[in-house]
Design a protein around this ligand. Structure first.
Ligand SMILES: CC(C)(COP(=O)(O)OP(=O)(O)OC[C@H]1O[C@@H](n2cnc3c(N)ncnc32)[C@H](O)[C@@H]1OP(=O)(O)O)[C@@H](O)C(=O)NCCC(=O)NCCS
Length: 173
């Protein structure tokens, strides 16, 4: 019997407990102590930029999320950014293209002229292929430990990015 390729669906359509289980398997249960979690604070994931891949047995195989965050410059102005991630793939399904498919689906949802820069903490050799680099993040700080070479940004016009700033949760109001 031919197996169907996993389907791309909005993350909203997946039981949140299943998403948490997948993230625990991909990153370990200590993942919540990571700096990325402090950057996004208690924000809700952006539904239009968060996706899942589910196989024909309805098993969740991969997810991507995105969050509203802020880069606060030296003058105290908050610049809105989108934080990408985590991208998570079940350990036994890694290397089959699911991570790339999710990155491309999210990039398509953002559009070629994405209105906001996107930031992530991750491996440049992987995320570089999707346009992310550490070229413009050297003067940025985070609310926890980070490796500068893993703080990456993608932006259609890098001239708008503050050279210095602190990354943290987006605060409404
Ligand atoms: C990292 C992750 C999201 C990639 O998704 P994936 O579906 O396994 O990857 P894809 O099949 O789309 O891409 C595979 C390619 O990416 C490369 N790749 C995968 N993870 C990589 C990494 N951390 N750094 C560099 N390259 C990586 C593979 O070598 C392969 O390269 P090739 O196309 O030249 O053969 C996934 O493996 C994962 O969830 N890992 C566990 C969580 C993790 O380690 N995250 C850290 C990433 S920053």
């Amino acid at each position: 019997m031919t197996r169907l390729a996993p389907a791309l669906i909005p993350l909203d359509a997946v039981d949140p407990a299943m998403v948490e289980q997948l993230l625990d398997r991909a990153f370990g249960t200590g993942r919540r102590a990571r700096t990325a979690y402090k950057v996004r604070g208690d924000a809700e994931a952006l539904p239009a930029l968060s996706f899942a891949m589910v196989d024909e047995d309805e098993l969740l195989v991969a997810t991507i999320q995105a969050w509203p965050v802020a880069l606060t410059d030296k003058a105290g102005r908050a610049h809105p950014l989108i934080m990408v991630g985590p991208v998570a793939v079940l350990p036994e399904r890694q290397g089959e293209g699911f991570g790339s498919a999710l990155m491309l689906a999210q990039a398509q949802a953002l559009g070629p002229q994405a209105p906001l820069p996107q930031v992530l903490i991750g491996d440049a050799p992987y995320y570089g292929r999707f346009g992310f680099s550490d070229e413009h993040t050297g003067g940025w700080t985070l609310p926890g430990p980070w490796e500068p070479t893993r703080l990456l940004v993608r932006c259609t016009n890098p001239a708008i990015l503050p050279q210095e700033g602190s990354l943290g949760p987006w605060k409404n109001g």
